[in-house]
Design a protein around this ligand. Structure first.
Ligand code: BGC
Length: 418
């Protein structure tokens, strides 16, 4: 099932490396090399930023927090996780297929890995949940890392070969595809700020990486549509939303520049190869000159301001520019005590419905994330999950806010896919 106009679906999002456990890729190796450093740097990075340092201190300063290891064992526990989703009433599960599992060595394909994802898809459908597949979510097989990952044009060809294998195998059961998750974030983190692997700071390489991502997205779009006329293909994009402090002219210019480089530059290049735009929205930025000013809204455990109108405003801007359908493919809060999650979800859904009532074609809301998981270079201390996980026993506990989410889904039933 694809997506029709007027449909509205609720679901949850995850990504392979953050939940599966047992992955061997560029990130897993990087984590092992960098865990000690990240634990040491934590006080300096987070003590001032997070509202409650005492809450996270022990985990954030412990090197094992930064190593994905068994993650939250979703690789083995997916039947239980699917059961939880069914109980919650979600109709869509967005997850990613891990390239390094499917093709651990160049042109060596793991039938076991194909079967694993086949079973995930099968069990989802059996439980009335649509599988929405991300084909790449930040991680690369080691052999791709070794050729310079996305700075090497060959990676695009290798990626397309992998995509073809996946799409030809799963086209009968998957209709919604997301080739690359947030290329701008991976390019920025890996090649501009250097926080993420491969820790480069080189604007020329960054530009090359960006163009390779664009070409991979556009070619994947074409390829999927040769296999499936009715496929629904889009890029999950980090909706970067800025506001001008005191509405000063100079700040308004900074906002325009920021929006252009973080959003429109890439979206302009892929708009003709997009059935929809995936909007991933977490917070706003307020700019005064080139500095960031703190907003007055409630803060998450990570210190990010919760600002639901920013989602509405971002979608209005994107709608005016592209007139493409949108799906909120990620939105969520880190909230280990589950104090603000339920309210945050309702408030963001309200903003979406407001945009819809004004003619903006938004077709769904996926909460990030189903489970507590590995928040990349921050490790496991940030808790995004509707479901918490005890990593010693891997036991799942459904948080109270999941019941609010269930209620929201029920209240909007008439807008659900049938
Ligand atoms: C990414 C996720 C990440 C989330 C929260 C998005 O940028 O797609 O992988 O965990 O935001 O930071």
């Amino acid at each position: 099932m694809g997506m029709n106009k007027n449909d509205f679906v609720f679901g949850v999002s995850t990504a392979a490396h953050q939940v599966e456990g047992g992955n061997v890729n560029d990130w897993s190796e990087w984590e092992i090399k960098n865990a000690e450093r990240l634990a040491k740097e934590a006080p300096e990075k987070f003590e001032k930023l997070v509202p409650d340092w005492d809450l996270i201190k022990d985990q954030a300063t412990n090197a094992s927090n930064y190593i994905s290891g068994n993650a939250v064992d979703h690789f083995n526990k997916y039947p239980e996780d699917i059961h939880i989703m069914k109980e919650m009433g979600v109709k869509v599960f967005r997850f990613s297929i891990e390239w390094s599992r499917i093709e651990p060595k160049e042109n060596e394909w793991s039938e076991e890995a194909f079967r694993h994802y086949e079973d995930v898809i099968h069990k989802l459908k059996e439980n009335g949940i649509e599988p929405w597949v991300t084909l790449w979510h930040r991680t690369n097989p080691l052999w791709i890392r070794d050729i310079g990952d996305w700075s090497n044009g060959k990676t695009v060809d290798y990626f397309l070969r992998y995509v073809e294998k996946i799409v030809s195998r799963f086209r009968g059961s998957v209709k919604v595809w997301m080739p690359l998750n947030e290329p701008i974030m991976s390019m920025g983190g890996g090649y501009l700020t250097g926080e993420y692997p491969p820790n480069r700071k080189n604007i020329f390489l960054a530009y090359r990486v960006l163009n390779n991502f664009v070409s991979a997205h556009n070619r994947t779009y074409e390829l999927i549509h040769t296999y499936q006329k009715d496929a629904f293909v889009g890029m999950p994009h980090a909706g970067f939303y800025l506001e001008a402090y005191e509405n000063k002219l100079v700040n308004r210019l900074t906002v325009k520049l920021g929006h252009y480089f973080a959003n429109w530059l890439i979206l302009d290049k892929i708009k003709k190869h997009s059935d929809f735009i995936g909007v991933q929205y977490y917070t706003r930025g307020i700019v005064n000159w080139f500095r960031q000013v703190q907003g007055s809204g409630v803060k998450t455990d990570m210190g990010w301001e919760v600002y639901p109108p920013g989602l509405y405003n971002f979608m209005k801007l994107a709608w005016e520019r592209y007139h493409l359908p949108m799906v909120v493919t990620e939105n969520g809060v880190t909230d280990s005590r589950d104090l603000i999650r339920a309210k945050a979800i309702s408030a963001h859904v309200e903003q979406i419905m407001k945009a819809r009532s004004e003619g903006v074609d938004v077709r769904g809301y996926l909460y990030w994330s189903l489970l507590d998981n590995l928040e990349w270079d921050k490790g496991f201390w940030p808790k995004f999950g509707l479901v918490s996980v005890d990593r010693n026993t891997m036991a799942r506990t459904v948080r109270e806010s999941a019941y609010t989410f269930k209620k929201i889904i029920e209240e909007n039933k008439n807008k659900q896919l049938t």
